[in-house]
Unconditional design. Structure first.
Length: 105
């Protein structure tokens, strides 16, 4: 019987913590702009940091936020293979207010 009580307490705590985590996941979710992942897929994905950001995801986030003005900061990227598709994507997917992101090769 003494072994049953600790199992009951730990099982109850596990259930309570699971409910708390599922409620937190439902209400505290952070949504990210879907254009960031799309632009990241168009980049070389070396995650080298040569552009001055920690990786390709941060570089794509900087493009969408308007912090990156030149795509040529990405050293392994090629204009025909990477930069032109990104520019075409940005023309087709403007900001929520309809403005276009000002980025150049």
């Amino acid at each position: 019987m003494t072994l049953f009580y600790p199992l009951l307490v730990l099982g109850g705590l596990g259930i309570v913590m699971g409910v708390i985590l599922s409620v937190a996941n439902r209400f505290l979710v952070v949504e990210e702009d879907s254009r960031i992942n799309a632009i990241e897929k168009l980049l070389p994905n070396y995650n080298c940091g040569a552009c001055g950001t920690p990786g390709c995801h941060a570089f794509a986030e900087g493009i969408v936020n308007g912090e990156v003005k030149k795509l040529s900061r990405c050293k392994p990227g090629k204009p025909d293979k990477h930069f032109n598709p990104i520019l075409e994507f940005l023309k087709d997917h403007p900001n929520i207010d309809g403005s276009h992101i000002d980025v150049k090769i």
